[in-house]
Design a protein around this ligand. Structure first.
Ligand code: SIN
Length: 434
């Protein structure tokens, strides 16, 4: 089956949906999702969205982002992130995003390596609420079609320009031609045995970039989150225990119930300290103690974590939480400019699959949803400017290609092999590929 759209967006997380919402409403847009629309990493985000609190906070937000990123960040991208943060938070609030408030004022929370409280949130399931806010807005727009359960296999190119993509939906091939294609395919966590990510997110966009010689960057920068819920014999996704729980006072303890690290150092530093402690303790986990925060507060402010832990047998108001590090985020990706354009004409990349350079070697907590907002809007604005000048024709590729299943399998191996080449950390069982 072949279709034609002005703009094809692959991925239904924050960056895919927000990009769609910022496109001109006279454009014919399709958003394609690999699984159900809500089965994305945005939905899992707990902590919140970082933002400069006001103009005076911009410099400090930039410095915190650079410091966490070990000054490997692209400075222009970080400046844009901080300067454009407030307007984008205001835009999602206009769409109906409810932010937690205290005495009528926004309740900013704190996470590791932020020098002040500057993270807006909806309790401890901010990602779910962002997703629901955006998808509700998308459903009001007559120009945006939504296609679920279609796995991206490859892109179509002509004279080195992107002209669409092919998908596998059930046992049918789907050919979608588009003037502009936006990859918003998310991260690589599904490649790892231990990850907080959705299992079907296997770096598809990266594989396609590698196959089509589209520039990629910083593949070695893979973020390990310090605190994923520990469950013996868990083969599925690891449940995140938000850094904001430490931001609000949660303490990390060793087997003797003693603190061993400043909980609010950057993620890479805390993860390393936990690994060392686990080795010393001869244990598969350390403890996170939130009991002193009080039952009523925990049940209200951290209701998601409270309920999810309880369902797994831990009452966080009374018991210590067993945690260990797990793969969480990919700072590398498809190299894009400040308008999210890739090295291939008419192809953009936004969100975790892209590398804007904003995160450097290590992402500052809660900067991922913000990056998704800021840089997908920038992509949309650029697409609005250029799309009228692009003309494409639907090609007749009306055949069933039996190699498609193999191509999906190959895509996974392409990414694993490429990342293995650049990274030293992956021999350890904790990081091992599945
Ligand atoms: C968390 O809540 O700890 C995760 C937020 C993020 O990945 O920045």
């Amino acid at each position: 089956m072949a279709f034609k759209y002005d703009v094809l967006i692959v991925g239904s997380g924050v960056s895919g949906l927000y990009c769609a919402l910022n496109l001109d409403e006279n454009l014919n847009v399709a958003v394609v999702s690999k699984s159900s629309l809500d089965n994305n990493n945005t939905y899992l985000a707990q902590g919140g969205i970082s933002t400069a609190r006001d103009k005076d906070d911009i410099e400090s937000f930039i410095e915190d982002t650079l410091k966490a990123g070990q000054y490997e960040n692209k400075i222009e991208a970080v400046e844009i992130l901080a300067k454009e943060s407030i307007e984008n938070i205001e835009q999602i609030v206009r769409y109906g995003m409810p932010l937690d408030k205290e005495n009528g004022e926004i309740d900013y929370t704190r996470e590791g390596a932020h020098s002040i409280n500057r993270i807006v949130h909806s309790k401890d399931n901010t990602g779910e609420i962002v997703y629901k806010t955006l998808i509700k807005e998308v459903s009001k727009r007559g120009n945006i079609s939504l296609i679920e359960d279609a796995c991206l296999v490859d892109i179509f190119t002509e004279k080195e320009k992107c002209i669409g993509a092919r998908f596998l939906k059930g046992d049918q091939e789907l050919h979608i031609f588009s003037k502009v294609l936006v990859l918003a395919t998310g991260g690589i966590g599904g490649l790892f045995k231990k990850s907080t990510n959705q299992r079907h997110l296997t770096g598809d966009g990266i594989a396609i970039a590698l196959k089509n010689k589209i520039k990629i960057k910083n593949l070695k920068y893979i973020q390990i989150h310090p605190t994923a819920f520990y469950e013996e014999n868990n083969k599925g996704r690891r449940m995140l225990i938000s850094e904001s729980l430490r931001g609000e006072g949660g303490k990390l303890l060793n087997k003797n119930k003693e603190r061993f690290v400043d909980e609010l150092l950057p993620r890479d530093v805390v993860s390393r300290a936990i690994f060392e402690q686990m080795k010393k303790d001869g244990s598969q986990y350390v403890y996170l103690d939130a009991t002193h925060l009080g039952e009523e507060y925990l049940k209200n402010r951290f209701s998601f974590i409270y309920n999810e832990c309880l369902a797994r047998g831990t009452d966080i108001t009374k018991e210590l939480i067993k945690v260990s590090p797990a793969q969480h985020y990919f700072m590398g990706g498809i190299d894009v400019d400040l308008k999210s354009k890739t090295s291939m004409e008419n192809l953009y990349a936004v969100g975790e699959v892209s590398c804007t350079g904003v995160h450097g070697a290590n992402r500052l907590a809660s900067n991922s949803l913000l990056e998704g907002l800021v840089f997908s809007k920038r992509a949309a604005k650029d697409i609005n400017r250029i799309v009228g000048n692009i003309d494409i024709k639907v090609k007749n590729l009306d055949y069933i290609d039996t190699t498609v299943d193999q191509a999906i399998f190959d895509n996974i191996n392409i990414v694993i092999n490429e990342i293995k080449k650049t990274s030293e950390d992956f021999s350890d069982e904790l990081f091992a590929y599945r």
